[in-house]
Write a protein that binds this ligand. Structure first.
Ligand code: HEM
Ligand SMILES: *[C@@H]1O[C@H](CO)[C@@H](O)[C@H](O)[C@H]1NC(C)=O
Ligand SMILES: *[C@@H]1O[C@H](CO)[C@@H](O)[C@H](O)[C@H]1NC(C)=O
Ligand SMILES: *[C@@H]1O[C@H](CO)[C@@H](O)[C@H](O)[C@H]1NC(C)=O
Ligand SMILES: *[C@@H]1O[C@H](CO)[C@@H](O)[C@H](O)[C@H]1NC(C)=O
Length: 345
């Protein structure tokens, strides 16, 4: 038993420790240069291995940045497994049977824990790994701001209500991104992440056979491409079958935008960017000038990576579970240092 006189300062110290929260202004390049100088090299090496083992896995990891940062900030919340008392985000509508390659993040974390235990957050791993996924597949390279903390909880409902459907049209995507101060250009550039990776038939069945309840396919699909998609995803298909999001799915390039111009976008949320006038001009620009795409993409990733909840956090030792706490603290709800920025969504 801890003597009562010890308990109060101990709680205070522990609370101060877990209550540390960051605002985006605290994020900076080289955050680990003293505490874990090898951090970025270690992440890169594991991502290289993952790429060689299974090229798609780096795309799957890159997608984590979007699904993490849009739901209460970039805090590693979507990496948490469900517990008896917490429904995590892994089974949320946009994530279930879809997010994959969590084991790559585990591998990165394990390697980091060996070299500098308890120092590098899972939230920062996602940010570094996403950057590496892009540069290792031929995309731009950029410096990331680091210093995020991992959340103490996850929120399935928030993920369900925030993450966009593959059926979304450009105007609803513009509105969603606007809530995060991301511009129309950011939206189009960030959608260019679909230059790598795959999606399931499940995500496109409606546009092949019953777009907007019309009983007809999406008229924006190029007829030849539609034949290909119909072959990949016939009505009775196992809807977990996957197809490429663009015609060069292991190379990060502007082919995605060329495909959109040709009516060969995989998802409705992709093709809609060419259908709507507000987004079409950026699709055209990026389809013609890869350097414009790369520049805008980097800017978008940096802005998205700065989204923070303002809630307290910690550096998890295992990305799938929050750190163990002394039992007398388990009943305390985490102190809210400021209101979440995302309550309005
Ligand atoms: C603009 C709104 C977006 C929508 C509606 C959307 C939707 C989707 C959907 C439906 C899939 C396929 C999932 C499946 O069928 O299982 C997918 C895959 C993917 N998304 Fe997005 N996405 C969006 C934006 C983004 C952003 C901003 C990023 C990252 C910066 C991103 C990265 C990816 C990647 C890399 C994949 C392929 C993953 C893999 O191969 O495992 N997406 N997205
Ligand atoms: C776009 O989608 C939203 C949400 O589903 C819908 O309310 C809206 O009518 C659509 N806009 C257009 C122009 O199709
Ligand atoms: C967007 O910008 C406004 C004005 O600068 C700011 O008050 C708001 O908190 C920002 N929202 C997010 C989600 O960053
Ligand atoms: C197409 O969608 C509409 C509205 O969602 C639905 O009522 C109709 O039954 C669907 N048709 C087919 C063939 O699935
Ligand atoms: C995909 O596979 C999962 C796991 O095997 C299964 O539970 C799910 O029902 C399948 N989804 C579809 C759309 O067929």
């Amino acid at each position: 038993m801890i003597p009562i006189t010890m308990t109060v300062p101990l709680i205070l110290i522990l609370l101060l420790h877990i209550a540390s929260s960051v605002s985006s202004s605290d994020l900076r390049p080289g955050f680990y240069s003293e505490t874990c100088p090898q951090a970025e090299v270690i992440v890169r090496e594991v991502m290289k291995k993952a790429l060689m083992r299974e090229p798609r896995s780096v795309a799957s990891v890159m997608r984590f940045q979007f699904h993490d940062c849009f739901v209460n900030g970039c805090d590693g919340s979507m990496l948490l497994d469900d517990t008896p008392t917490m429904l995590g985000e892994k089974l949320a509508l946009s994530n279930i049977n879809s997010l994959r390659s969590f084991e790559v993040v585990d591998e990165v974390k394990e390697a980091l824990e060996k070299t500098c235990p308890g120092v590098v957050s899972c939230a920062d791993i996602i940010i570094m790994a996403s950057r590496d996924a892009v540069s290792l597949t031929g995309g731009p390279e950029w410096e990331v701001r680091l210093g995020r903390l991992d959340s103490l909880t996850a929120n399935q409902e928030d993920s369900n209500s925030i993450m966009p459907s593959p059926r979304a049209n450009a105007s609803s995507l513009i509105d969603l991104f606007q809530k995060y101060n991301l511009t129309v250009k950011d939206l189009v550039a960030l959608s260019g992440s679909h230059s790598i990776g795959q999606g399931r038939c499940f995500s496109i069945m409606f546009r092949l056979y019953n777009q907007s309840g019309t009983g007809k396919p999406d008229p924006a699909i190029d007829p030849t491409y539609r034949e290909e998609l119909n072959k990949l995803c016939p009505l009775d298909v196992d809807q977990n079958v996957t197809g490429n999001l663009d015609s060069t799915p292991v190379v990060f390039d502007n082919q995605y935008f060329k495909d959109l111009v040709a009516g060969r976008g995989f998802l409705n949320s992709d093709q809609t960017l060419f259908t709507f006038p507000q987004t079409r001009k950026f699709v055209r620009l990026f389809s013609r000038h890869q350097s414009e795409f790369f520049k805008a993409f980097v800017e978008g990733m940096l802005k998205m990576g700065d989204l923070q909840s303002g809630l307290p956090g910690e550096v998890r030792t295992n990305c799938r579970v929050v750190n163990a706490r002394p039992s007398h603290l388990l009943l305390e709800s985490p102190p809210h240092t400021m209101e979440s920025n995302y309550k309005s969504i």
